[in-house]
Design a protein around this ligand. Structure first.
Ligand code: FAD
Length: 423
């Protein structure tokens, strides 16, 4: 086997498809026995959508997601601070999609099975560590039955998420992820879409925030869509919280009372959240950027490499970008360590900048500025913030995150297009 990937999340599956597109043999080991559609909503930004389209997945993405039309920021009183079109509505050659994370993962998994074969993803098998020599990597595996074995490969790519076992082997003293003080309660509700019908809306400020966006197209009969929502509260440093887990059930009593009067003329936030019936709790965590990802024949991608706060909707998009750049590096440099070095030289500085920008609230910073200047109450936003300030914040973040419209539209494809596989 040429390449072994640890983890069949969005990073690992995007990499498997990209390596296959490049003609490189690959196998993915995933710790859960069978992949189930877990999670709630995520956004795939135009730069990552471009990559999925160039993998021949455009129709499937259209089937499972909704083209985001605009992003809008509101104060805690529901007053509009700033809105801007998104995806093709903003002049990109590719849309932005809001989608259920689990559906995106299943879509990628189905494509891997169809193109690479049923045994390309081996479930119920954790990658527990590795040993490498000049000739290759010996990857240690543990089955669901606890039986240990190993397999050899030319390269091992760790796509095993924020608790990566490979990262832990490489950086044994790193410790747990870093909690910035915020807790997110996330859920979905079937309801009528608000505003444009495909608006990603954010209201509040750094200490209390509400985020929502539809992740399905409206049902033609009922007019209702699946709406993703997040209630977020930030606590003073020192307040303890449990270990992050995407599937831990949350308790409405912990956050809903704080949002009770967030009833705007465009949306009743507490009613939407309550109608979801269940929610998941997730402390907002990341990790300090690393000074090195690549160790000989082993490197990190996705959340294993650069877990970031879910601000600016970039976690999945950056994972997809990693996968594409790494596959391209193998094409350019052959199956050599130089490929891993070239990948890291491009992606590590780029993602470090995003991790750092997200710690400063990324594009959401304007909401905090409005809260500090007027407590969220204004008749004319122009009296609180100048248009230039608003535009600079939005444009600055897009440049950092690599989806500035002119740059994206004018740059060549990462992977040679002649190798694209049609859907
Ligand atoms: C169950 C789940 C639900 C999520 N839900 C959301 C959400 O609702 N909204 C959101 O914004 N983000 C969510 N995320 C995070 C989001 O998917 C990632 O931030 C982003 O997509 C980058 O993906 P990744 O593939 O790098 O990491 P992940 O999505 O974390 O995928 C890592 C994969 O590796 C597997 N794995 C872990 N350790 C090992 C090991 N030792 N050996 C083999 N396999 C291993 C995991 O089971 C998982 O499938 C979720 C992640 C998970 C795992």
């Amino acid at each position: 086997m040429q390449v072994i990937i640890a983890g069949a999340g969005i990073a690992g599956l995007s990499l498997a498809l990209s390596l296959h597109q490049a003609g490189i043999a690959v196998r993915v080991f995933e710790q859960v026995p069978s992949i189930r559609p877990l999670g709630v909503g995520i956004n795939v930004q135009p730069h990552a959508v471009r990559e999925l389209f160039e993998l021949g997945l455009a129709d499937r993405l259209e089937d499972i997601g909704v083209r985001t039309r605009e992003v809008a920021y509101f104060s805690k009183k529901g007053g509009l601070i700033w809105s801007e079109p998104r995806g093709m509505y903003a002049g990109y050659n590719w849309p932005q999609f809001s989608v259920h994370r689990g559906k995106l993962q299943m879509m990628l998994h189905d494509a891997v099975r169809e193109r690479l074969g049923d045994d390309a993803v081996v479930g119920g098998t954790s990658v527990t560590g590795f040993r490498q020599d000049r000739a290759g990597v010996e990857v240690r595996l543990r089955g669901a039955d606890g039986v240990e074995r190993s397999e050899r490969a030319d390269f091992l790519i760790a796509a095993d998420g924020i608790h990566s076992a490979i990262r832990k082997q490489l950086f044994p003293n790193e410790g747990p992820p870093r909690w910035g003080g915020a807790v997110l309660w996330r859920g979905t509700t079937v309801a009528r879409p608000y505003l444009t019908g495909a608006t990603m809306a954010m209201a509040g400020h750094e200490w209390q925030k509400f985020v929502t966006y539809p992740i399905s197209r409206p049902d033609p009969v009922t007019g209702e869509a699946l709406i993703n929502w997040i209630g977020e509260l930030k606590y003073e440093p020192g307040a303890g919280w449990n270990r992050e887990d995407w599937n831990r059930k949350g308790d409405f009593a912990d956050f809903l009372p704080a949002f009770e009067d967030w009833r705007f003329d465009w949306l009743d936030c507490p009613a939407l959240m309550r109608a979801g019936g269940e929610c998941f709790e997730y402390p907002m965590v990341d990790r300090d950027p690393l000074e090195r990802w690549t160790h000989g024949r082993v490197t990190l991608i996705g959340d294993a490499a650069h877990p970031m706060y879910p601000i600016g909707s970039n976690g999945a998009s950056q994972a997809i970008m990693d996968a594409r750049v790494l596959a391209r590096a193998f094409i350019d440099h052959g199956m050599t360590g130089d490929a891993l070095d070239a990948y890291e030289a491009e992606r590590r500085p780029a993602t470090t900048r995003i991790v750092e920008a997200n710690r400063g609230n990324g594009p959401d910073h304007v909401m905090q500025v409005v809260e500090e200047r007027c407590g969220g109450v204004f008749a004319d936003i122009g009296d609180v913030l100048s248009r230039e300030e608003l535009e600079q914040t939005a444009a600055g973040y897009k440049k950092i995150a690599g989806f500035d419209v002119d740059t994206l539209n004018s740059r060549p494809s990462i992977m040679p297009l002649r190798q694209s596989i049609p859907a």
